[in-house]
Design a protein around this ligand. Structure first.
Ligand code: 5GP
Ligand code: MN
Length: 331
């Protein structure tokens, strides 16, 4: 990570109007890091707005500040006005404008200075300030370090800590991925000192399935799990009609992709689901198997070494076939 603090501090000092944006289909880290930064900047006296490209899962609704979030998809005019007035735009948990869909095109044409805070691989070069580390467990970890670097640690209250804890938790599979290290746990310890209740946060995020969602998982596991012959790969394909049968809501398939890792020897898991007229794809891997490059090369996506996503405009069957035809390149 370059050290942009001194210049960045100066810029922040003279900036009044700030907008924070995060990626399409925001997850716990996207919403957590953005809301934490939002609350922190507000506490330092800034005018701050947080815009998402589209809606986020219901299981994040409890987070402090979600009521203030502007949704570009449903409040485009409001969002455009805020972006036109912004002096500084923070872009969190992504590193390529295309991760914002239409909002990305707007962003590319705004004159405001841009700040990138992210931990995904191969960032685009759009930012004036760059807080990027692919070894960070989460964007929340980077936001924590940014706040500390700005000498703002004392401003981290329970609200900010709960947001940061959530992103750290969701992006690390509850602190079990290889990205977790001593620093991650030291940050968590500092966050706990604010009085947040980890058990309540875990419960708010994970113990809130609808019965339909749990049954969808059951159906996928018993009926839809495919194991690839000759490769340590398991995957699911879910049709729109199947998702509809289980009254699919945004976020309902989150986490499903990881389940096949419970099978001894599995190194790559994938989930293909028909959503909004295209195929949404999730890849997960273990060890050195690089799903970021794979998703980038064949599925119009990217992400991390061991967790990446993508999309396909072909049919579910054609997408599955392409996966089967290309997965040899993973090994
Ligand atoms: P998920 O499978 O949970 O949707 O995403 C896994 C990881 O890959 C996340 O860090 C996410 O931000 C990233 N990701 C998901 N979809 C895409 C995509 O279409 N393009 C890129 N570059 N990254 C993605
Ligand atoms: Mn993240």
């Amino acid at each position: 990570m370059r050290d942009p603090f001194p210049k960045f501090k100066q810029l922040l000092k003279k900036t009044g109007k700030i907008v924070i944006v995060t990626h399409w289909n925001p997850d716990g880290d996207a919403i957590g890091s953005s809301l934490a930064l939002y609350h922190y900047l507000k506490k330092t006296g800034k005018s701050v707005e947080f815009i998402v490209p589209n809606s986020f899962p219901e299981f994040l609704n409890w987070m402090p500040g979600t009521g203030k979030i502007v949704n570009f998809e449903t409040q485009e005019n409001k969002a455009l006005k805020l972006l036109a007035k912004a002096e500084l735009i923070f872009t969190l948990d992504f590193n390529a404008f295309k991760r914002l869909e239409k909002l990305g095109e707007v962003l590319a044409s705004t004159p405001a200075k841009k700040v990138l805070i992210d931990h995904h691989r191969q960032p685009e070069n759009y930012a004036d300030y760059f807080f990027h580390d692919i070894h960070a467990s989460s964007t929340c970890e980077l936001v924590y370090e940014l706040i500390v670097g700005l000498k703002g640690k004392d401003l981290i209250d329970k609200k900010i800590a709960a947001c940061l804890y959530t992103g750290l938790m969701t992006d690390t599979g509850s602190f079990k991925f290889s990205s977790v290290n001593t620093k991650t746990h030291q940050i968590l310890a500092e966050l706990l000192k604010t009085g947040i209740q980890p058990q309540a946060i875990h419960s708010a995020v994970y113990d809130n399935y609808s019965a339909h969602r749990l049954r969808l998982f059951g159906y996928a596991l018993s009926e839809k799990l495919r194991l690839v012959k000759d490769y340590p790969v398991a995957y699911f394909c879910l049709k729109a009609e199947e998702l509809k049968r289980f009254e699919f809501q945004k976020g309902d398939t989150e986490g499903l992709v990881n389940y096949p890792f419970m099978i001894k020897g599995i190194e790559v898991c994938a989930l293909f689901s028909e959503s909004e007229g295209m195929i949404k794809i999730s890849f997960r891997s273990k060890g050195k198997v690089d799903v970021n490059t794979f998703a980038r090369t064949y599925f119009n996506g990217g992400g991390h070494l061991n967790a990446a996503g993508g999309k396909s405009k072909e049919s579910l069957e054609a997408t599955e076939q392409k996966f089967l035809d290309t997965l040899n390149t993973l090994f």
